[in-house]
Design a protein around this ligand. Structure first.
Ligand code: FES
Length: 142
């Protein structure tokens, strides 16, 4: 075997494996379509949505609000958190964490996982923000 090709093959496999690990560390239990409300419904003040320590800095996790609607909890810095509805603003599918991005499985929209901003359409607008703060290591709705 050509050593250059073999090295490329090994590197490609390593990159793919690392991507799979990152995706697993920042993935939801479920994926696929969700409700078509496009709203951050179910926002209840004082609800713990995640533990800050469970989120890698610069990444996010999937969570559920009090009414069961899907949300994303991100950790932009060591001591801060951000939360968004996980309902795609295009047609209401549930977006999934993918490293520092959120991917919609329905039509390919991509959002910034830390801000909810649209990075690639067809989503017409950012994911709705859900106000949260960090209290005793918990990410709590405000
Ligand atoms: S519902 Fe998300 S891209 Fe269409």
């Amino acid at each position: 075997m050509n050593p250059t090709v073999a090295r490329r093959t090994v590197l490609a496999a390593g990159v793919a494996g690392a991507g799979a690990v990152a995706l697993a560390a920042c993935s939801s239990k479920k994926s696929g379509s969700g409700s078509a409300t496009g709203q951050a419904a179910g926002q209840t003040s004082g609800q713990t949505v995640a533990k800050l320590a469970d989120i890698t800095v610069g990444r996010c996790v999937s969570a559920k609000l009090a009414d069961g609607s899907p949300a994303i909890v991100a950790r932009p810095s060591d001591s801060t958190a951000a939360c968004f509805s996980a309902i795609c603003t295009h047609m209401g599918c549930t977006v999934n964490p993918a490293g520092a991005e959120l991917h919609c499985p329905c039509h390919g929209s991509i959002y910034d996982a830390l801000t909810g901003a649209v990075k690639q359409g067809p989503a017409p607008k950012p994911l709705p923000k859900i106000a949260v703060h960090v209290a005793n290591g918990d990410v709590v709705t405000t």
